[in-house]
Ligand binder design. Structure first.
Ligand SMILES: [Zn+2]
Length: 144
């Protein structure tokens, strides 16, 4: 998670939302990503999607069942859908929606809560890992 926080800091220094992720396989970090929404003018360039895109492109497979995603912020509906489509079984995240209301418009929605509840039948979510550190960067940032 500390590496994901480093990615979040990189995102912030570029002017993006301070959200980062890493993907691991076993005990190896195999990919990193950070939010690039503003710099890429791409609303889908959330940290999780960026990391997953880089990994699937590199390994030429959408089957990520052996990988764990670490994100500094609770994944939104789009990112959860991407997790499901790639069969990731474990997601570890830091900050929760209430830690950063300016980023939580969609995350607080009923639809998003429903998607997370449905996804949790297939994906193990491990919340609040280094939550304060993850939330600290978010508290100072503008939203996308
Ligand atoms: Zn997202």
């Amino acid at each position: 998670m500390r590496l994901a926080i480093g990615e979040a800091a990189d995102a912030a220094s570029e002017g993006n939302a301070p959200i980062g992720c890493v993907l691991t396989k076993g005990d190896q970090v195999v990919e990193r990503g950070h939010n690039q929404v503003f710099t890429e003018h791409d609303i889908t360039a959330h940290a999780e999607v960026v990391g997953i895109r880089k990994l699937t492109k590199r390994i030429k497979s959408f089957d990520l069942r052996e990988y764990t995603l670490y994100s500094t912020f609770i994944p939104c509906a789009m990112c959860v859908a991407t997790v499901l489509r790639t069969d990731i079984r474990r997601v570890v995240y830091g900050a929760e929606a209430r830690d950063a209301p300016q980023f939580s418009r969609g995350i607080h929605s009923q639809a998003n809560n429903r998607i997370l509840a449905l996804a949790s039948k297939k994906v193990k979510f491990i919340p609040r890992v280094l939550r304060d550190d993850c939330a600290q960067l978010l508290s100072k940032a503008r939203s996308d």
